[in-house]
Design a protein around this ligand. Structure first.
Ligand SMILES: [Zn+2]
Length: 167
C-alpha cells in the first residue's frame, strides 16, 4: 500500500485491530520513508444483485439518494438520511452474506424509513412494492396502523412521527 503522504510504495503495519462492529479490521500503518502514520479499514465487499442479474458493489450514496427522493418536502434532515443509510448497511452486513439481492436492500430500507417518516415510507413502498392502485396504499396504511397497535409501548404521544416538531 502506497503512503498517502509521499507515495512511497512500501509501508508497514504497526497495529491491527478488529473494529467494534466485528465486521471490519483497522490497520495502523507507518511509512518508513517519511515516518507518517495513517489508518486503513478492511471490510468484506458487499455486493448487490440487481433484478437484471447484474452485480454491483453496495453503494450507500445510492441508497440515500433513493430515500431522499421519497422524502421530498418532508421535514427530514440530511443527517437522518445518512443515519438511515448506515442502518441499512449495518442490517445487510449483519446478515453475514457477501451478496444480497436488490429486493433485500429495499426491504432493509423500509423499516427504518417507517420509523423516520410515514409519508416518505408510503412513497418509497409504492415504488419498491409496485403499488398499482389505491387498494395497495390502503393495505400499506392498514399495515402501518396495525404496526402501531402492535408496538404500543409505554411512550405514547411523542413517539408518533407525524412531522410536528417542538422547535
Ligand atoms: Zn511516506
Amino acid at each position: 500500500m502506497h503512503c498517502p503522504f509521499c507515495q512511497n510504495p512500501d509501508t508497514k503495519v504497526v497495529d491491527t485491530r478488529l473494529n467494534e462492529d466485528g465486521h471490519s479490521i483497522r490497520r495502523r500503518r507507518e511509512c518508513p520513508k517519511c515516518g507518517r502514520r495513517f489508518t486503513t479499514l478492511e471490510t468484506t465487499m458487499l455486493l448487490v444483485m440487481k433484478r437484471s442479474g447484474n452485480i454491483e458493489p453496495f453503494n450507500l450514496d445510492k441508497v440515500v439518494s433513493g430515500v431522499r427522493k421519497a422524502c421530498q418536502g418532508r421535514p427530514i434532515r440530511e443527517e437522518d438520511l445518512k443515519l438511515l443509510g448506515q442502518k441499512v448497511e449495518e442490517d445487510l452486513r449483519s446478515q453475514g452474506k457477501a451478496q444480497v439481492k436488490s429486493d433485500e436492500v429495499g426491504k432493509a430500507i423500509l423499516k427504518p424509513l417507517r420509523d423516520l417518516d410515514e409519508v416518505a415510507y408510503l412513497r418509497f413502498a409504492s415504488v419498491y412494492r409496485n403499488f398499482s392502485g389505491l387498494g395497495d396504499f390502503q393495505q400499506a396504511i392498514d399495515e402501518l396502523r396495525h404496526g402501531e397497535d402492535n408496538s404500543q409501548d409505554n411512550n405514547q404521544g411523542d413517539s408518533r412521527g407525524n412531522g410536528t416538531s417542538s422547535e
